[in-house]
Design a binder for this molecule. Structure first.
Ligand code: CLF
Ligand code: SF4
Length: 493
């Protein structure tokens, strides 16, 4: 089915939303609910309603929807050996100082400012810089203020789990459908290597005693959430030599207790961060070690592989951070919510997603039918919408897909330094980009110049822009068939 040309890109930048809305409606799509055509057949409708606009809980949704975090919860009740409180919570962030801590009122203003300007915005998360459940009054006050003004925002928290059981009933009352618990162990002896102390029932606990209490509270919190139908994601920090093998056991425990997703994240460790692990030389896993463990977990709780380890004050699509556009000093005291951009965007996305899913399904069938036992690793430059729509030189990350007899899978991302600034590319930066793309067979982008293309080719990586603006999976299936099928496609030569 051909679509009217309303690009998501133009929608994100244009000012004439009434006009776009009219176009969307005249194309026969006046209801945001038609996005349900993207629902996977095997998924329960109630679950799909909860995750279809959540960029972390649905890999497909992360092409379209954005989250923002507000740093309203600085206090924490445990110490993790990978955390230095001067930095973002490592549960949910890459190390980096939170730009500003906010009061619930400031957070409300910031959320409205983002909702007015970022049409993809769908989820408000509280992920530190401390613990959202321990610093509960501020978390609750923030959610209540925002939900009163923007009723369709999804509310999401991340917690270490120690204080979680005390607040599950209130979370359910506030319609919080998404909770992340960071669970790094189910064996207190391993936990004692990760947590030097916790603060519980007005006193400090250390060693195995501390880890045992934390473990019991995490399991209790998970069970309580599952009993109330709240979708729980488990984040686990993979720490080589400490809990790598053990995370297989963690996956089993959380599966038995109804976890919805498991997100295994690499430890980020650097002496400059001032953490115990950083200062003691504990390394993080390699990309291969992480992927190997994730592959071993494939039969357990469904895995999240598109996490970007965001900051505790991140704003935007996963992988981008627009936080600096929305610092509190730029936001008026009496700002009011204007839903027009978000509404217009949702009208178009609802239609686009159905088409994307149909195209993806056809592409996966093509790859499976090719009958090759071989695999291709493809890095894609994209700025959302499920399409190849970013220039090679403008990319700050590439999304990585694997095509094989099993179909087409998103397997991760590679962060890079932007190669082209002000119309010129820097050779030293390009070397870094090429190094980051090690193991990739093909790069797909909207545009690439001859110079980077040739240098990529010298490194054994083919880069092409002939599929620019196509759906990612459609292009990959064409490439796979060309590579391993009986009739190579001329466009890929
Ligand atoms: Fe934020 Fe976390 Fe909610 Fe997402 S992040 S509180 S579930 S809205 Fe997402 Fe960021 Fe990964 Fe977290 S990509 S670090 S998993
Ligand atoms: Fe740091 Fe978060 Fe651990 Fe608390 S729970 S110590 S803020 S990583």
């Amino acid at each position: 089915m051909s679509l009217p040309t309303i690009s998501l890109e133009s929608l994100v930048s244009t000012k004439s939303f009434d006009q776009l809305l009219t176009m969307a409606k005249s194309a026969g799509c006046a209801s945001s609910s038609c996005g349900s055509s993207a629902k996977p057949d095997e998924m329960d409708s109630a679950v799909w309603e909860k995750i279809k606009d959540h960029p972390c809980y649905s890999e497909e949704a992360h092409h379209y929807f954005a989250r923002m975090h507000v740093a309203v919860a600085p206090a924490c009740n445990i110490q993790c050996n990978y955390c230095n409180r001067k930095y973002d919570c490592a549960n949910e962030s890459r190390p980096g100082v939170v730009s500003e801590k906010l009061t619930p009122d400031q957070a409300r203003r910031k959320v409205i400012a983002v909702a007015n300007e970022v049409p993809q915005f769908s989820v408000l998360g509280i992920a530190g810089p401390g613990d959202a459940c321990y610093d509960w009054k501020k978390t609750k006050a923030t959610f209540e203020r925002v939900a009163t003004e923007i009723s369709d925002i999804k509310l999401c928290i991340s917690t270490n789990g120690l204080a979680l059981p005390d607040h599950v009933a209130e979370l359910a009352d506030m319609n919080v459908d998404h909770v992340t618990i960071t669970i790094n162990m189910v064996d207190p002896e391993i936990g004692a290597k990760i947590y030097p102390w916790i603060f519980y029932n007005n006193r400090r606990h250390t060693g195995i005693d501390a880890a045992r209490i934390l473990h019991e509270r995490q399991m209790l919190g998970l069970e309580m959430l599952t009993a109330r139908g709240i979708l729980t994601k488990i984040n686990s920090v993979m720490i080589p030599g400490v809990n790598c093998e053990h995370l297989i056991e963690v996956n089993k425990w959380v599966k038995e207790r109804g976890a919805f997703l498991h997100n295994v994240m690499p430890l980020i460790s650097d002496p400059a961060h001032g953490t115990h692990f950083g200062l003691s030389g504990q390394r993080g896993p390699t990309a291969l070690e992480l992927k190997t463990l994730q592959d071993r977990l494939e039969d357990g709780v469904k895995l999240m592989r598109h996490c970007r380890q965001c900051r505790a004050d991140a704003v935007g699509l996963l992988g981008e951070d627009r936080g600096q556009e929305f610092t509190i000093d730029q936001i008026s005291d009496d700002i009011t919510y204007d839903a027009s951009k978000r509404n217009a965007y949702r009208e178009v996305v609802a239609r686009e997603r159905g088409d994307h899913v149909a195209a993806k399904s056809q592409a996966v069938a093509t790859v499976k039918a090719t009958g090759s036992g071989k695999s291709l690793h493809i890095a894609v430059a994209t700025k959302g919408g499920g399409r190849i729509n970013e220039h090679f030189g403008h990319s700050k990350e590439f999304q990585v897909y694997e095509a094989s007899h099993r179909g087409i899978s998103f397997i991760g991302h590679r962060k890079v330094e932007q190669y082209c600034l002000g119309g010129r590319g820097a050779d030293a930066t390009l070397e870094g980009v090429i190094a980051a793309l090690k193991g990739i067979d093909i790069v797909l982008c909207a545009k690439i110049g001859d110079c980077p293309k040739d240098q990529l080719a010298e490194a054994g990586i083919r880069a092409m822009d002939v599929y620019g603006y196509d759906y990612i999976e459609t292009a990959i299936s064409a490439l796979y068939a060309a590579e391993f099928g009986s009739e190579p496609l001329a466009a890929t030569a």
